[in-house]
Design a protein around this ligand. Structure first.
Ligand SMILES: [Zn+2]
Length: 274
């Protein structure tokens, strides 16, 4: 109830429960059949030309795991910031912890967030251990029903994604064409709308459940419990609605390494051949 109420204020919800065991790029949102998520690995599924591939994990050979962090920012969140109802939606302590432990990571940043927090964006871009990816421009819903996110018309989806990459580009660093849907919500229509954007859609299969979660040890345990070779972990760098992520990170990083996993960027995970 608490989380649902806060989500009404424009928060990003990326799964409130552990990822499905199928690891097939599933949206956490139950959807009607005609809007059902379309795992790239679905038997017989042939994407149309140019439709982005959907990836929710890397190869299980090797013991690599990619930590990824989303930043979300909606127009409603900007209004809350401007009204001083929230101190900040940036969490530099996440970067502090990663750098202190020499941990690579991939950041999915939304355009409105980048424009509000250029200094933290620059800090991420300037570190060769980190790579940059898109989490859309305005963090609107790419399906008709995605938590409380304002639905984005299909004919505006490609432009929104391109705009987010255009906002990121001047920061340089390790740019990618990876894109993550707000809320992890997508369907066939959303994938078709992004045909020609030359993006790869990145989902996740290790959900840290850090939004609106005050239990740092619980976040750590949740990530470790789902860890497996090839996992893509999703956490947040959005302090105002994911307050304890940085506190959970030492346990996450040390715990994964103690279990023999190598932390890598998403590019390194997805290009690994052995
Ligand atoms: Zn998000």
């Amino acid at each position: 109830m608490l989380a649902a109420g806060l989500l009404g204020l424009g928060g990003c919800a990326v799964g409130s429960s552990p990822a499905p065991t199928g690891r097939a790029g599933l949206s956490p949102v139950p959807a009607p059949a005609d809007r059902a998520p379309v795992p790239a690995s679905e038997p017989g599924y042939r994407p149309a030309t140019g439709v982005p591939t959907v990836v929710s994990h890397g190869p299980s050979s090797g013991r690599r795991i990619a930590l990824t962090f989303d930043s979300n920012m909606t127009e409603a969140m900007l209004r809350r910031l401007d009204a001083h109802q929230v101190d900040s939606y940036a969490n530099p302590a996440v970067v502090d912890e990663l750098q202190a432990r020499d941990a690579p990571a991939t950041f999915f940043l939304s355009g409105l967030w980048v424009q509000r927090y250029p200094e933290l964006t620059r800090r991420i871009a300037d570190d060769p251990r980190f790579e940059l990816a898109s989490h859309s421009y305005a963090h609107r819903g790419f399906t008709a029903s995605c938590y409380t996110l304002d639905p984005l018309p299909a004919d505006q989806m490609a432009a929104d994604v391109e705009r987010s990459f255009a906002v990121l580009a001047p920061f340089g660093g390790r740019q990618t064409r990876y894109f993550r849907f707000p809320g992890g919500c997508y369907d066939r229509a959303a994938l078709r709308a992004l045909a020609g954007t030359h993006t790869t859609v990145i989902q996740y299969d290790d959900v840290g459940d850090d939004p609106f979660n005050d239990d740092a040890a619980g976040i750590t345990a949740t990530v470790l419990a789902q860890a497996h070779a090839g996992a893509i972990v999703v956490l947040h760098i959005t302090k105002g609605n994911a307050p304890r992520t940085a506190d959970a990170l030492p346990g996450v990083i040390d715990g994964l390494r103690a279990r023999g996993y190598h932390l890598v960027t998403l590019s390194e995970l997805l290009t690994a051949t052995h």
